[in-house]
Design a protein. Structure first.
Length: 214
């Protein structure tokens, strides 16, 4: 992975701009994943870094990795306590009603033989909250900022599809595939640290968004 993908680096933490299409965890078919790039992200350390959280394969943007086990535990605790600020940008395959709001929709996992597993709105599931704001519209689609309070699997994708009634453009599970890919990008990440400046990173908007935003 090229150095121009590195958004933040110090002795404890590393944030990369993960490209869309690269899974964080090794797929069952053994195809390339973040694991194949970890050695190139050591930057002089003997240990390879480890992902502190996850981004979906087709989501691009800010991904936090730890550079030692103690830092990993502290950074993970910040996620578990809900202290991490995350900002996502997305193009939706339609225009929602209103201009901003909060989607409060608990999520659970379901699985069928035909479709495999997916996340669904489930009153008995885990609490999930996402703030959203309409940034603009273009050719019948919405450009939206999402700020999730919680970090559930597929949270923004399900909250867009089930909460706003409009899926993320190109979402292969909750919407319709698009040749350009899925239009969801982790644009900013701020992770507080005790007695130290926060980890702060911004990932530029990828080329695949060109022509889709106002």
């Amino acid at each position: 992975m090229h150095g121009d993908r590195v958004l933040f680096l110090d002795g404890e933490a590393l944030v990369i701009d993960k490209p869309a299409g690269l899974p964080v965890d090794r797929p069952r078919d053994g195809s390339l994943s973040l694991e194949n790039h970890l050695v190139s992200l050591q930057f002089g350390f003997r240990r390879v870094p480890h992902a502190v959280h996850r981004l979906d394969r087709d989501t691009s943007g800010c991904l936090l990795l730890s550079r030692n086990p103690k830092a990993h535990a502290r950074l993970q605790q910040a996620f578990e306590r809900g202290e991490v600020e995350k900002r996502y940008l997305a193009v939706l395959d339609g225009i929602p009603a209103g201009e901003e709001g909060v989607i409060d929709l608990a999520l659970g996992k379901t699985s069928t033989a035909e479709d495999g597993w997916r996340m669904v709105a489930d009153a008995e599931g885990k609490a999930a909250r996402t703030h959203w704001k309409l940034l603009g519209t273009h050719e019948g689609r919405a450009y939206v900022e999402f700020r999730p309070e919680t970090g559930r699997t597929h949270q923004i994708r399900v909250h867009a599809a089930a909460g706003l009634g409009i899926a993320v453009l190109g979402d292969p599970v909750y919407g319709t595939k698009d040749r350009r890919g899925m239009m969801l990008h982790a644009a900013e990440l701020v992770v507080p640290r005790p007695n130290k400046d926060p980890v702060r990173a911004e990932a530029p908007l990828p080329e695949r968004f060109a022509g889709l935003i106002p």
